[in-house]
Write a protein that binds this ligand. Sequence first.
Ligand SMILES: Cc1cc2nc3c(=O)[nH]c(=O)nc-3n(C[C@H](O)[C@H](O)[C@H](O)COP(=O)(O)OP(=O)(O)OC[C@H]3O[C@@H](n4cnc5c(N)ncnc54)[C@H](O)[C@@H]3O)c2cc1C
Length: 427
Amino acid sequence: VTRATVDRERVVVIGAGFGGLAAARALKGAPFDVVVVDANNFHTFQPLLYQVATAGLDDDDIAYPARGIFRRQHNVGVRMARVTAVDLAERTVHLSRGEPLRYDVLVLAAGAVTATYGVEGVEQYAFGLKSLDDALALRAHIVERFEEAAIEPEIIDDGALTVVVCGGGPTGVELSGALGELFQKVLARDFRDVDVRRARVVLVEAADRLLGTFTPRSSERARTTLERRGVEVVVGVGVEKLDATSVQLSDGRRIPAHTVIWAAGVQASSLANVLGAETTRGGRLLVEADLSLPGHPEVFAVGDIAASPGPDGQLLPQVAQVAIQGGRHVARQLVRRRAGQSTEPFRYRDKGSMATIGRRDAVTELPNGWRFSGTIGWLAWLGLHLVYLIGFRNRANVLVNWAWNYLTYDRGSRILAESDRERIAGG
Ligand SMILES: Cc1cc2nc3c(=O)[nH]c(=O)nc-3n(C[C@H](O)[C@H](O)[C@H](O)COP(=O)(O)OP(=O)(O)OC[C@H]3O[C@@H](n4cnc5c(N)ncnc54)[C@H](O)[C@@H]3O)c2cc1C
């Protein structure tokens, strides 16, 4: 940012995710110079990562260059670097490259990472689904297992075509449904030389039902729909440990599987720990009602990294709307303070929850008690995701890809580039 003047405060935003972007965009035209710092040079639309992993969408359909987002917003600059430390006393952010950044106001929006809960083998052998790299690695691995099975069919008995998805929240449910469809509708036609009917998708959830934050009716619907589509659903059973070719369940069962996906939970970015501020059990930063850090009115935390209490005293969920609304709230408070006004508490407006279960089926629950499922729920899901995607080009690409996939049962993104093969060979 080159236009810094004495009376313009510098706002450093860590993270170009939902929360960080919302804060920076809402400061458009306000007397602040904003620097958005992200380890990547792009924003990732995480709710559609599972579609990249299952070959429904391309990686750049759901990612958008951070500099492009702020091309027309002249009070925002972008820095691609990993934040390694924050010095609250010196008001300085240390980066993996380049000079440290001084700030007048800091917005922490670094999101969350996969939580392994210390389960043996997860770190080494399971795939996460938190980043574009995770999604691409998973997609390449699955396609490669099918190629291997075409050459050596015996490895199917060893679990080469079995995927175990750990965690029956929205991500696990959406991913399992999409994997079932990928196997039976797409790869079955690609791999006529492989007995794809023997490919398995097993969804394991430790609680007694899927989609624990939804109503029991939606949970039941998700379960029956997935089972009808060939997904094996195991509830009330935990994952004890795993290795490269199998998963051990808490009921004594061992499932041979070459692919295990860990979608069982998240914990706040480790940045929350390096601050030395107080955190919850999930590593989230405790914040005041206005989302500032206790004792540091110049530092705010929004989104997955923050532990902001909702009206019922429970922590707000780690979902996109909480991050977006939190980011906008912080921007409003900065403007209020500049005008000599006091800050207001953050009030989250719940807009409801939704999860797709696969082709033409989804569950949608609105706060006023309305529930949609089946085709209407699915269309609502499609529409909402298109609205929240960034960039006209991305929306157009996603729409075309969805229409193509729907009409033809074909999916474009299943190539194995040499770099993918090297990555697989390198473990
Ligand atoms: C697979 C999946 C599916 C999901 N589906 C849904 C859904 O359907 N609906 C929904 O509402 N929510 C969904 N979520 C949750 C939602 O994506 C998150 O709640 C939301 O992204 C949180 O926004 P955020 O701004 O806090 O963090 P993020 O969007 O995660 O952004 C954090 C940013 O910080 C950057 N960063 C992290 N650490 C550093 C560092 N040290 N230095 C520099 N940069 C850093 C990261 O690169 C990232 O760009 C899903 C999440 C996942 C993983």
